[in-house]
Design a protein around this ligand. Structure first.
Ligand SMILES: Cc1cc2nc3c(=O)[nH]c(=O)nc-3n(C[C@H](O)[C@H](O)[C@H](O)COP(=O)(O)O)c2cc1C
Length: 372
């Protein structure tokens, strides 16, 4: 049995895998196009784009670079393209308007509840709106608000559990709480959206993320009711990932004990690979902040211990002594860098094996022959 197609409204992806948006600059047009071309959903990260190219954070430059990245993907593939836009960004509106103007297929939005996202949809726009949540409560809140204020329901949800890389929508003490496991959270979200699906007579697919590593994991989460899986860590370890080789090598070198949770200036905990920079911020040492960017709503440059935009920009460029790599809890399992096609083929193979093993175990056993 092959992986089932993922349907979001009138969009169909033959591979139900979303490559999670990864900033700063980790998932740009190189990675997103490769994933979309293989039948999954390729996602551009929209944070810090102008800073990657110009060292400046001019409003116009952000819009130009995002437009350019979207068009580069379109030149390479007709596959499904998303843009990840974090609520915590000061230029959130500019980025959403640009993505809709450029007719991207999907906007994924997290790091806060995107309660007003449908407001940006222009007449006739077909861009799908997919909030990223970490609980059924958040999903229900968004459905209620969107329906009341915009007569619109989310086209899908991404549920991101506590094993994910990057910023996490959980309090520190929840991260290791076994009750917050992905399958339990998924059942909460499925339950929360059900009344809205029934009321509006349409489906709201839920895509699960965080710690999904093998095709067997994809099989299990789909069997638990997810419509697909979003993966980040696995896609960093690909040839097409847009980060510097040193960033990918940090993944290859990471051991289980190197994975740390830090407090990010975004106002959320974040999962990273430990290095000297991480040690120094964990000790409370302050890295001088010039704040050339003013990218985050919640960041006060006079108080923040370090500039996260600068730390992530250094990391994507391979300067890991002056920054750090975000990574998922399974990063220590990464052992090689492969092409996106090789990765997706292996996930397909593992999925099929898991599906047939499960089908065999459910078949009634042949009756045991009676003893003569
Ligand atoms: C390097 C890195 C950067 C990330 N940046 C973002 C981001 O900019 N916006 C976002 O919503 N999620 C971000 N994420 C989360 C991913 O999109 C994805 O949901 C998550 O990594 C899934 O967990 P996994 O890594 O265990 O597969 C990031 C993850 C990683 C590993």
């Amino acid at each position: 049995m092959d992986m089932p197609a993922l349907r979001i409204g009138d969009l169909t992806c033959s591979v139900p895998i979303v490559q999670g948006g990864m900033g700063v600059g980790i998932s740009l047009s190189g990675l997103a196009a490769a994933v979309a071309e293989q039948g999954g959903i390729g996602v551009l990260a929209s944070v810090g784009l102008a800073m990657l190219r110009t060292e400046k954070s001019a409003r116009k430059a952000h819009i130009e670079v995002l437009t350019d990245e979207i068009r580069k993907v379109r030149e390479k593939t007709r596959g499904v393209l998303g843009v990840n836009i974090m609520m915590a960004l000061t230029n959130f509106s500019d980025l959403v308007e640009t993505a809709i103007r450029e007719k991207v297929d999907i906007i994924f939005s997290g790091a806060g509840l995107p309660l007003n996202l449908p407001r940006y949809l222009t007449e006739g726009a077909k861009t799908k709106l997919v909030p990223i949540v970490s609980s059924g409560r958040a999903a229900a809140l968004i459905c209620r608000r969107w329906l009341r204020s915009f007569n619109y329901l989310p086209d899908a949800f991404v549920l991101e559990g506590p094993l994910a890389g990057g910023h996490l929508g959980f309090r520190r003490e929840q991260i290791d709480d076994p009750s917050q496991n992905l399958k339990a959270l998924l059942s909460g979200v499925l339950e929360a959206v059900k009344p809205y699906e029934e009321k509006c007579n349409r489906q709201i697919p839920v895509i699960a993320a965080g710690g999904i590593y093998t095709g067997q994991d994809v099989y299990e989460i789909i069997a638990a009711g997810a419509a697909g899986a979003q993966m980040g860590t696995r896609f960093v370890a690909t040839d097409e990932c847009d980060a510097d080789q040193a960033f990918k090598e940090a993944y290859l070198a990471a051991k289980e004990e190197d994975v740390r949770i830090i407090n990010s200036p975004v106002g959320l905990p974040g999962r990273v690979i430990r290095n000297e920079f991480v040690d120094s911020i964990e000790k409370g040492e302050r890295v001088p902040v010039r704040c050339p960017f003013r990218c985050l709503i919640n960041c006060d440059s006079t108080k923040t211990p370090y500039c996260i935009a600068e730390a992530l920009l250094n990391a994507v460029r391979g300067k890991l002594r002056e920054g750090f790599a975000f990574a998922g809890a399974n990063v220590h399992r990464v052992s090689e860098i492969v092409s996106v096609k090789t990765l997706i083929d292996s996930l397909q193979r593992e999925y099929r094996l898991a599906a047939s093993a499960s089908a065999c175990s459910q078949q009634p056993r042949p009756p045991t022959p009676r003893a003569p």
